[in-house]
Design a protein around this ligand. Structure first.
Ligand code: NAP
Ligand code: ZN
Length: 346
């Protein structure tokens, strides 16, 4: 079927309305009538070429919420009318050790991203800035009724990308967790870490968003532009989640870890992040990375967010405002996630 979408025609070019082809609904597929699509900084990295050449035109969008419009004959876990979500991943081999362990995002055969990659059937995936999408039912999440659909969309990437490392490194009561960067991922990290019972500190470029940070669940808030911050917080944190989209001096942040602490990078800047051995040696510290999360963990995260009343703070925009929204994200002027109302696309 032909559907309307917003696509980047080439690297660094503004997105424009177009039509794309969606595959027929196969036996294990779900056709989703998309309602909301969040704007992740990864969409911007991708279309700007930060991560290398892309198969343009690219329809970004991997924070998708909508309603099931049709299901294939073999689908049992979703029904027409259900509210569902799709995140960053729409396929994987299902057989390798990582897939079998529920870490489909680390599929040894290569997980299939929601857009701009070759799917297992040889077609190129196209994302959620669109009216409809067809996705294998195994990669479609149930969005609990208690969640507002616009506020739920960013959970499909920003939510799981922060929930996964917070759970993996046991953020909870008695743990001191710092979140670097209060953007889309950062604000979800603050909410989730607080809900898990950890003591949360925000490390932001300035104090401009301090009031918001404390309202979202942070206990403390510091400006990284103030050198005093790095003196005061030296050796303090059990876990630091770095969500910054640009290369920062990770050595300065590693020194804020307690002995055995971990700095986990979820930000994916184009430039390398050089680490001095001494930053790790001088405290038995770890520097780690984490990419989204498996399907079962994503469902657990959605259920956790529904139970704790957590959604993203969103600014809902019409599709023709997407290029302006990109500029604002690049200027760290997002509070805290832009979400496209996809009913404005047609
Ligand atoms: P975002 O909304 O733009 O937030 C990034 C925040 O980083 C900004 O709001 C800003 O916070 C801070 N920041 C930006 N530029 C900075 C600079 N030059 N120096 C210091 N701080 C800076 O982006 P996002 O959507 O949360 O995504 C963040 C990063 O995570 C991106 O690189 C994205 O590609 C990546 N990502 C990774 C995964 C994964 O699976 N690992 C998943 C999704 C996204 P303050 O104003 O508070 O300083
Ligand atoms: Zn994302």
């Amino acid at each position: 079927m032909r559907v309307t979408a917003y696509a980047a025609p080439a690297a660094g070019q503004p997105l424009a309305k177009t039509t794309i082809e969606r595959r027929d609904v196969g036996a294990n597929d779900v056709l989703i009538d998309i309602q909301y699509a969040g704007i992740c900084h990864s969409d911007i990295h991708t279309v700007n070429g930060d991560w290398g050449p892309q198969p343009f035109p690219v329809v970004p969008g991997h924070e998708i919420v909508g309603v099931v419009a049709e299901v294939g004959s073999d689908v049992t876990r979703h029904q027409v009318g259900d509210r569902v979500g799709v995140g960053c991943m729409v396929n994987s081999c299902g057989e390798c050790v990582n897939c079998r362990n529920g870490d489909e995002q680390y599929c040894l055969d290569g997980m299939v991203g929601t857009y701009a990659v070759t799917d297992r059937d040889g077609t190129t995936t196209q994302g959620g800035y669109s009216t409809h999408v067809v996705v294998d039912a195994d990669y479609v999440l149930s969005v609990p009724d208690g969640l507002d659909p616009a506020a739920a969309a960013p959970l499909l990437c920003a939510g799981i990308t922060t929930y996964a490392p917070l759970r993996h490194w046991n953020a909870g009561p008695g743990k001191l967790v710092a979140v670097v960067g209060l953007g889309g991922l950062g604000h979800m990290a603050v909410k989730i870490a607080h809900a898990l019972g950890a003591e949360v500190t925000v490390l932001s470029q300035s104090l401009k968003k301090q009031e918001d940070g404390l309202r979202l669940g942070a206990d403390e808030y510091f400006a990284t532009s103030d050198p005093e911050t790095f003196e005061q917080l030296a050796g303090r944190f059990d876990l630091i989640v770095n969500t910054v989209s640009a290369a920062i001096d990770v050595n300065a942040y590693l020194r804020l870890l307690a002995v055995d602490g971990t700095l986990v990078n979820v930000g994916a800047p184009a430039d390398p992040l050089p680490v001095h051995a001494m930053s790790l040696i001088g405290g038995r510290r770890s520097f780690a990375g984490s990419m989204i999360g498996g399907i079962a963990l994503t469902q657990e995260m959605l259920d956790f967010c529904a139970e704790h009343g957590l959604g993203a703070e969103v600014e809902v925009i019409a599709a023709d405002q997407v290029n302006e929204a990109y500029e604002r994200v690049l200027a760290s002027d997002v509070r805290y996630r832009f979400v496209i109302d996809t009913s404005t696309i047609d």
